[in-house]
Design a protein around this ligand. Structure first.
Ligand SMILES: Cc1ncc(C[n+]2csc(CCOP(=O)(O)OP(=O)(O)O)c2C)c(N)n1
Length: 639
């Protein structure tokens, strides 16, 4: 681990108050130390990387000019806030970031008073900051409120809802647009192209220069002339500058400013600090700034596992089983080859979802809509009305955003939209904002939807194929983050009968009814239990909706002990569905539900979390044994 003493200035800084008397030379040195410390640490332990390297100067300038934590700085998403964490009392703790019991990779109110608003999902900062600004007005306080939002996060509709409302309310609010022209993938923000073109246009620069010259010359005239000139300048600026869109929404626009010039940033923040009403400062940054491998391949180094500092290459040996994501991406390409009416849709996550493979092979069949999950779903619904088959590939956690669209735009109209939910279950280091803990709950309640979870990557392929062939309405499959089980993949695909489970191990003492990732764990648990004299049947449920009622009827007759297993919140999940059915049928079978408890689960590796929660094979075996012996199986967990 990095010895902090080797960073000359940073070693003396623990909180923002330590930098407020620094001169520009010291601040520049601090920026250099911050950057080196980030590179040294993240190359060793992994984590989000590119975004933070791009916000070093911005972070320093904000904490220098504003009186944090009394002034409220609200970061969007949070992956770019590592420099902020370092400057706000978490310098040493950075070395534990995203690790079990370490600090979070995102913003977290319980972690620091400087983290004014929890984040992880994008596009929330302006709304939250406006709420804080209005609360400040109600409470008669004086503090400043500053939101920092990336150009990627600006593809999310909520940012516009918030700006529109800010323009109406006119509360004092500073929004910093951190524009690096990148999301994780190349950004889908149309306005970004418009900025780039406008700023580069010679006429814009000529006229801008002339306005400034003119207003400079007018300085020696009287007040009235200066006021008219200022109005004129604002008027012309509004029409000619990239800020005209923001001005239309009621913001005063400043910029663009070089986001790696700490001196300029301080100057502009000092200038806007006392202004009335909503202000937008447009800051141009470079993702990965100061680290060549990241500057050259920023998509790869948005977030990373540990890597070689010199080359930027991952340290982890490649090999291992292909991921569910990769298998999904490849399978979709095979399906599109067969049926060109199938299209893939991603919300700014082509690499994360495996749709990058489709994007390369069939670019016309692939749509990256930006961080706009709500739009993605309704866009898919529109496509489905015209007999196109959309496969919407969104992480379980991000699809939460589009719940109403799934009900209102897709399910009520029984439209054939395929939902591919990656990262279902616990995702590991990203923690509670990113765990896919709720999709079985929020999908299971939607009338008419079909909801599946594959036991392995081969079944994922068949389920995707089945979903594309199924015409009767919405159909979803959910699968976990990470490597598949390494099962052999067959050529082509098989249709799976809707609503039919698969018995994969016979037993006589108890039945383990398992969903998705829990099938493999249940098989291992059954092995352990066999050794302890307990014979367990294992059923791969395949379908959470519709449930295999025939199988449930038989199981209820055959077994006095049934255990349901899912990597989803127990509240409202698969096990709840089984209990609802048993209650309707008045079955008296004892049911133990194993899954995620009713609290948010912190970050750690997937195996660590599974073990702590008692949903790994030995935990399952332990709970099952207690249950079968009529002893309590309630597992107290602290994660
Ligand atoms: C609702 C939602 N969808 C997707 C993501 C995944 N995601 C995390 S960061 C990111 C890109 C953000 O781009 P930008 O706001 O420009 O920040 P930058 O990384 O460029 O600093 C995306 C798509 C997310 N966090 N939230």
């Amino acid at each position: 681990m990095s010895d902090l003493n080797k960073y000359e200035i940073l070693s003396k800084v623990n909180y923002p108050s330590d930098i407020r008397n620094f001169d520009v030379t010291q601040l520049k040195q601090l920026c250099s130390d911050l950057r080196n410390y980030l590179i040294d640490t993240i190359s060793e332990i992994g984590g989000h990387f590119g975004g933070g390297l791009g916000t070093v100067e911005l972070t320093v300038a904000l904490h220098k000019v504003f009186n944090t934590p009394d002034d409220l700085v609200v970061w969007d998403t949070g992956h770019q806030a590592y420099p902020h964490k370092i400057l706000t009392g978490r310098k040493e703790a950075l070395q534990t970031i995203r690790q079990l019991h370490g600090i979070s990779g995102f913003l977290k109110r319980t972690e620091s008073e400087y983290d004014t608003f929890g984040a992880g999902h994008a596009s929330t900062s302006i709304s939250a900051a406006l709420g804080m600004a209005v609360a400040r007005d109600i409470n008669n306080q004086k503090r400043k409120v500053i939101a920092i939002i990336g150009d990627g996060a600006m593809t999310g509709g909520m940012a516009y809802e918030a700006m529109n409302n800010s323009g109406l309310i006119k509360s004092d609010l500073i929004v910093v647009l951190n524009d690096n022209n990148m999301s994780i993938a190349p950004n889908m923000w149309q306005i970004s192209n418009y900025f780039t073109e406008m700023i580069a246009h010679p006429d814009y620069n000529k006229v801008k220069g002339q306005i400034w010259q003119l207003t400079g010359k007018l300085d020696h005239f009287g007040d009235r002339v200066r006021r008219i000139a200022a109005r004129l300048e604002n008027g012309i600026k509004a029409v000619l500058t990239p800020g005209m869109l923001f001005e239309a929404l009621g913001f005063r626009y400043f910029g663009p400013v070089n986001g790696h010039n700490v001196h300029q940033l301080i100057k502009i923040f000092e200038q806007v600090k006392g202004m009335k009403g909503p202000v937008l400062v447009h800051v141009l940054t470079q993702k990965g700034k100061g680290y060549e491998p990241a500057e050259n391949d920023i998509q790869k180094l948005h977030a990373s596992t540990p890597f070689d500092k010199l080359t930027g290459k991952a340290l982890k040996k490649s090999g291992g089983n292909p991921s569910y994501t990769f298998i999904f991406g490849k399978a979709l390409v095979e399906i599109v080859k067969e049926n060109p009416n199938v299209v893939g849709i991603t919300g700014a996550m082509p690499d994360g979802t495996g749709l990058d493979i489709l994007q390369k092979e069939f670019p016309k069949n692939c749509f990256d809509v930006g961080i706009a999950e709500e739009h993605a779903v309704t866009f898919a619904a529109g496509l489905a009305t015209q007999n196109i088959i959309p496969v919407v590939a969104i992480y379980s956690t991000f699809l939460q955003r589009a719940f109403d669209q799934m009900i209102h735009d897709v399910a009520i109209q029984k439209l054939h939209v395929v939902f591919a939910l990656d990262r279902a279950g616990l995702v590991g280091a990203d923690g509670p904002t990113h765990h896919g803990a709720f999709d079985l709950t929020y999908l299971r309640m939607i009338p008419g939807i079909v909801l599946m979870a594959p036991k392995d990557e081969s079944e994922l392929r068949d389920m995707l194929y089945t979903a594309v062939k199924y015409k009767a309405g919405p159909i979803a499959l959910r699968y976990p983050r990470g490597a598949g089980l390494g099962v052999k993949l067959k050529e082509g695909f098989d249709l799976i009968e809707i609503g039919k489970s698969e018995m994969i191990r016979e037993g006589k003492d108890a039945a383990l009814l398992a969903v998705g990732s829990m099938v493999n764990y249940s098989m291992k648990a059954a092995d352990i239990l066999e050794g302890e004299g307990l014979s367990c049947e294992v059923i791969n449920m395949r379908f959470i909706k519709p449930l295999d009622y025939e199988m449930l009827d038989e199981a209820a007759k055959k077994f006095s002990k049934i255990i349901t297993l899912e990597e989803n919140a127990l509240v409202g999940g698969f096990g709840s569905g089984v209990l609802e059915y048993f209650s309707e049928k008045n079955y008296k079978t004892d049911v133990l539900r194993i899954g995620l408890p009713d609290h948010f689960i912190e970050h750690g590796t997937q195996p660590e979390l599974h073990q702590i929660l008692g949903i790994d094979p030995s935990g399952i075996a332990h709970k099952t044994k207690l249950f079968c012996e009529n002893r309590t199986a309630i597992h107290e967990v602290t994660v």
